[in-house]
Each structure stands twice: as structure tokens, then as C-alpha cells.
Design a binder for this molecule. Structure first.
Ligand SMILES: N[C@@H](CCC[C@H](N)C(=O)O)C(=O)O
Length: 278
């Protein structure tokens, strides 16, 4: 690898979805090395460890651009929690003002730093709504809904508190219905206090993560369309933190003005050594 060390980075957490963030506007991690670098740096116990790598890039039309890599080194078009972390990083480092626009592979997103660590993100328009799907999960035929909220998401409503997210999630994530790209698998449960619990098995991490922003949005949309909930939907993540999803739902189905709001925290800053990539 041609990367020079030590290399400055930050570790951020968006409601428990954690990321390594690097300012790459000077091309410190060249594009041809990014995927392998992501896979190595995100490896828990052996390196920094994270659900994903975010590289902040230059952009002609917006405040900045980014490249987002999952922990396995695959590129993803969008990441709701990662985008909130990127916005806070950009604000703290003077790359953007409190209200900003940045370019992702899913389209341009807008973000606003509210107070302190809370970031509100305007998502790209959800598309490819698929209702009326079903699949056999654990011997039971269950209804499944699908939507792309920047990345593909399947949503399954459950009533049981204990659900084998890893086992069932894998089945959904690789199900033939979602070939060739697969889908993130979300298990959603309406709680007695009116909030929506969402647990997500993520593509590219290949495990349950502590939160998934685009998954929270997908589940909140279907909770409104199919389960009588209303915007704003308060989502409780696997890690126990809260995300708020705000949107206008129109017939079609079409969702407009979709916002994801919640904390994005800088956990630590550091310098990578070459040994972080072994
Ligand atoms: N955790 C993210 C989603 C990241 C991308 C996903 N793993 C995929 O490849 O589809 C979020 O907060 O939205």
C-alpha cells in the first residue's frame, strides 16, 4: 500500500453504528487501495474496528463528497448514521457550515447540526417500494416489505421480544427475492410506549449492528403504511439509543421530505500506524 503513516483518523458513533472517518481531500487513501484498507481497518480486535469506513472527499457542486465502505470492504451508496457522522465531522473540522449539502452515490443529501451532537439529515427519496412479499422464516410464512432508502431494505414486523436476528437476518439478506444485490434485514416491533424497536442485520457487516439509519427509515415508513403509526416515528435501536424519522407519506406509495435525526458522537481521535493494517 502507498499510504503514509501515521495517518490521522476519528472514530465516530451514530447511535452505536460506528465508523472510522478520514479526511481524504488530499487523497491520503488512494481510490484503488480503499476497499482493502476498509476491510483491514474495520476488523474488530485486530485493528480499530468499525461497521464502516468514511472517506471525506472533495466535491465541485457540494460542500464535500464521501466514499462509504462497509466493514467487509464493499462500497455502499448510502448510510444514514454514517452520513450524520460525516456531517458532524465536516462541521467540527470547518469543512462545512451547520447547514450543508454533500454528495453520496445515492444522490445529494442535506444535513443540519442542531445542538451539540444532534444531526438532522434529509434523506434521498425512497424508491422501489415492494409490498405483499412473503417468505418462510423459521418454519413460519411471514409478510415482508421492501424499499430502497439509499440502500436496499427488507422489513419484517415481529411480536416476539427475543428474535434470532443473526440467523433469520442472514436468510432475508441473501434471499432470492432480493438478488442480485441482497438486502439489509430489519426486524421491527411496536413497543407499548408507541416507539418502534428496529434491529438490523446489515449487508457488508454480515451481522446485527447496534443501529441502522436507512433501516430505521424503511421500518418507520412501513410502520406508518401498514401498522397505523404516524410521523414522527421514534425508533429504538439495538443499542438502546433513539433515532427520529420524520416524513410525509403520500399515496403511490411515495414518501417525501424524509428526515433522520439523532446523535452523532466523536468517540476518539488518533493516528493509525502501518500495523493497523496487518
Ligand atoms: N448502517 C447504515 C447502512 C450502511 C450500508 C449497508 N450496510 C448496505 O451495504 O446496504 C445506515 O445507517 O444506514
Amino acid at each position: 500500500m502507498s499510504i503514509s503513516f501515521p495517518l490521522e483518523f476519528e472514530k465516530m458513533s451514530g447511535t452505536g453504528n460506528d465508523f472510522v472517518i478520514i479526511d481524504n481531500r488530499n487523497n491520503v487513501v488512494p481510490v484503488e487501495e480503499q476497499s482493502e484498507f476498509a476491510g483491514k481497518i474495520c476488523r474488530r480486535m485486530f485493528s480499530v474496528g468499525a461497521d464502516g469506513l468514511i472517506l471525506i472527499e472533495n466535491s465541485d457542486k457540494t460542500d464535500f463528497g464521501w466514499s462509504f465502505y462497509n466493514a467487509d470492504g464493499s462500497l455502499a451508496d448510502m448510510c444514514g448514521n454514517g452520513a450524520r457522522c460525516a456531517a458532524r465531522f465536516a462541521f467540527r473540522h470547518g469543512i462545512a457550515e451547520a447547514k450543508m449539502r454533500f454528495a453520496t452515490s445515492a444522490g445529494i443529501v442535506e444535513a443540519e447540526i442542531l445542538d451539540d451532537e444532534v444531526v438532522r439529515l434529509q434523506m434521498t427519496q425512497p424508491f422501489d417500494f415492494r409490498l405483499g412479499l412473503s417468505m418462510n422464516l423459521g418454519g413460519e410464512e411471514r409478510p415482508v416489505a421492501f424499499v430502497n432508502t439509499g440502500v436496499p431494505h427488507a422489513v419484517i414486523f415481529v411480536e416476539d421480544e427475543e428474535i434470532a436476528v443473526k440467523k433469520l437476518g442472514r436468510k432475508v439478506r441473501f434471499h432470492e427475492l432480493f438478488e442480485p444485490k441482497g438486502a439489509n434485514a430489519n426486524f421491527a416491533r411496536i413497543l407499548d410506549d408507541g416507539r418502534l424497536e428496529v434491529r438490523t442485520y446489515e449487508r457488508g457487516v454480515e451481522d446485527e449492528t447496534m443501529a441502522c439509519g436507512t433501516g430505521a427509515v424503511a421500518a418507520a415508513l412501513f410502520a406508518t403504511m401498514q401498522k397505523g403509526m404516524e410521523s414522527p416515528v421514534e425508533v429504538v435501536t439495538s443499542g438502546g439509543e433513539e433515532l427520529t424519522v420524520i416524513f410525509d407519506l403520500l399515496d403511490g406509495p411515495v414518501a417525501e421530505n424524509v428526515f433522520l435525526q439523532g446523535p452523532a458522537r466523536c468517540i476518539f481521535t488518533g493516528k493509525l500506524t502501518a500495523e493497523a493494517l496487518l
